[in-house]
Design a protein around this ligand. Structure first.
Ligand code: ADP
Length: 445
C-alpha cells in the first residue's frame, strides 16, 4: 500500500475524470488552502487602491501600533506571531478601522491576510458591554465558517468578554432566544433565518457585516439572494465588507450590489512563467511503458520533491499502487478523499515525509507547494474536448518570478494524439520542449 498514514481511501476506485471533481470544488479548495497554509503568501505586486473619496488622504500603516488597537487585541495579534501588517492589511486596516466606518471590497489570492484583517476589524468594533449581536460574518460553508471562527478565537484570546456564536444548520436554538454573543458567524441561509424568521438577531443593531469568499459564495445557488436579503435588513450606517480571492465579472456585479459606496483594494496574483523551467518529453507507446520510463527516471527525480499529474482518479490510483509495489514511497491525493484527509496528505508531502505526490489536476489545482521542483505530466492536460489546456499546463509547472527556483518538467507522451497536444503546448508558449532519452539521463542531472 502507499504509505501515507493519512490515506484511508483505497486507490484505484472510480474512474471519474479529474474534471468531475469540479463539483464539490470551490469551497473544498478554499478550505484546503486554509488547512495547509501556515503563513502569508509572498508577493511583489503592488496593491491597487480605489478610494471612495479620492480627495481624502490615503492612509496606510506599516505597524500594528499605528492602528491604536485595544491593548488586548494588539496582544492577540502579536501572540499569533504577526509582526507587521501584510500588504493588503497596510491599506485595508486603516480603512476598516476609520471613523466613520468605511465600506470595502477587497480582492487578493488566498493567504494574503484578508481573514486576519476583517477579524481584527470585527473585534475592534464590538462593544463587549452590549450583550447582543453587533457583527455578522457570512461564509459559504459550515467548515469555512469554523475556520474563521478559529481565527476570531485566537485573535480574541485576551479579549474574552467578546463571545462568538455559529449560525449554521444543526445549531438549533429555542424559539424566542435573544442572542447574547457579539459576533455571529455562519452560512447565508441560517443567518437569514436567524434574522428574519426566528428573530434571534436584530439586524438594525449590526455595526459590521462581512461577506467572506464572495467568489465561492456565488457558485452556490441561493447564496447571493440570501446574502442580499440579509444586507437589506441592515442599517444604512452598517459597515459592509466583502472579500474575494478572484474577481470575475459575476463576482464584481454581486459585490457592487452588496456594498454601497465601496473603497476597493486589489492585489494581483504573482504571474507564473516557464522561463526558469527545463521542459522535456518522453516518448512511449502505452500507459505501461510510461510507467517503465517513470521508474527509469525515478532516482533522478526524487533528489527533489516531485508531483505527478494524471488525468483520471483511476490512473492516479493505479500509478500510485504500481509505484508502491516497486517499493517507492509515494503519496496519493485523490478526489474521493475528505478535505481534511487531503490536507493531511499535502502536509506530509510538504514536510518531506513523502517525496512523490501522485494526483489528478483538479485535486491539486490552487495548491501551492513551493518546494516542488519536478513536475511529471503522466498525462498531458487537456480540456473536456481533448484540446490542450495551456492554462493548466502553466499552472502545474510554472513558477512565480520571485521564487523562480529552477524547475524540471517531464511530459509523458504515449500516442500521436498526445504528441499533437504537446506540440500545440510548445507552440503556444513558444518554448522548446526537448526530447528525453530515459536510458541516458545525464541531461537532466
Ligand atoms: P486569507 O484570508 O487572505 O486567505 P489569512 O488571513 O488566512 O489570509 O492569512 C494567511 C496566513 O497568514 C494565516 O496563517 C495567517 O495567520 C497569517 N497572517 C495573516 N496576517 C499576517 C501578518 N500580518 N503577519 C504574519 N502572518 C499573517
Amino acid at each position: 500500500a502507499s504509505s501515507s498514514t493519512c490515506s484511508k481511501a483505497e486507490a484505484g476506485e472510480g474512474d471519474k475524470t479529474g474534471e468531475e471533481d469540479d463539483k464539490d470544488d470551490k469551497a473544498a479548495q478554499s478550505l484546503l488552502n486554509k488547512l495547509i497554509r501556515s503563513n502569508l503568501v509572498n508577493t511583489t505586486n503592488q496593491v491597487e487602491v480605489l478610494q471612495r473619496d479620492p480627495n481624502s488622504p490615503l492612509y496606510s500603516v506599516k505597524s500594528f501600533e499605528e492602528l491604536r488597537l485595544k491593548p488586548q487585541l494588539l496582544q492577540g495579534v502579536y501572540a499569533m506571531g504577526f509582526n507587521r501588517p501584510s500588504k493588503i492589511q497596510e491599506n485595508a486596516l486603516p480603512m476598516m478601522l476609520a471613523e466613520p466606518p468605511q465600506n470595502l471590497i477587497a480582492q487578493s489570492q488566498s493567504g494574503t491576510g484578508k481573514t486576519a484583517a476583517f477579524v481584527l476589524a470585527m473585534l475592534s468594533h464590538v462593544d463587549p458591554n452590549n450583550k447582543f449581536p453587533q457583527c455578522l460574518c457570512v461564509s459559504p460553508t459550515y467548515e469555512l465558517a469554523l475556520q474563521t471562527g478559529k481565527v476570531i478565537e485566537q485573535m480574541g484570546k485576551y479579549y474574552s468578554e467578546v463571545k462568538l456564536v455559529y449560525a449554521i444548520r444543526g445549531n438549533k436554538l429555542q424559539r424566542g432566544t435573544q442572542l447574547q454573543e457579539q459576533i455571529v458567524i455562519g452560512t447565508p441561509g441560517t443567518m437569514l433565518d436567524w434574522c428574519l424568521k426566528f428573530k434571534f438577531i436584530d439586524p438594525k443593531k449590526i455595526k459590521v457585516f462581512v461577506l467572506d469568499e464572495a467568489d465561492v459564495m456565488i457558485a452556490t445557488q441561493g447564496h447571493q439572494d440570501q446574502s442580499l436579503r440579509i444586507q437589506r435588513m441592515l442599517n444604512k450606517q452598517c459597515q459592509m465588507l466583502l472579500f474575494s480571492a478572484t474577481f470575475e465579472e459575476t463576482v464584481w456585479n454581486f459585490a457592487q450590489r452588496m456594498v454601497p459606496d465601496p473603497n476597493i483594494i486589489k492585489l494581483k496574483r504573482e504571474e507564473e512563467t516557464l522561463d526558469t523551467i527545463k521542459q522535456y518529453y518522453v516518448l512511449c507507446n502505452s500507459k505501461e511503458e510510461k510507467f517503465m520510463a517513470l521508474c527509469n527516471i525515478y532516482g533522478a527525480i526524487t533528489i527533489a520533491q516531485a508531483m505527478i499529474f494524471c488525468h483520471t482518479r483511476k490512473t492516479a490510483g493505479w500509478l500510485a499502487g504500481e509505484l508502491s509495489r516497486e517499493g517507492h514511497q509515494v503519496a496519493l491525493l485523490s478526489g474521493e478523499m475528505q478535505v481534511e484527509q487531503r490536507a493531511c496528505v499535502i502536509d506530509r508531502f510538504r514536510d518531506g515525509k513523502e517525496k512523490v505526490l501522485v494526483t489528478t489536476n483538479v485535486c491539486a489545482r490552487g495548491i501551492d507547494v513551493e518546494q516542488v521542483s519536478v513536475v511529471i505530466n503522466f498525462d498531458l492536460p487537456v480540456d473536456r474536448d481533448g484540446n490542450p489546456d495551456n492554462e493548466t499546463y502553466l499552472h502545474r509547472i510554472g513558477r512565480t518570478g520571485r521564487f523562480g527556483k529552477r524547475g524540471l518538467a517531464i511530459n509523458m507522451v504515449d500516442s500521436k494524439f498526445s504528441m499533437n497536444v504537446l506540440n500545440k503546448i510548445q507552440d503556444h508558449f513558444n518554448k522548446k520542449i526537448e526530447k528525453l532519452d530515459t536510458d541516458d539521463l545525464d541531461e537532466i542531472e
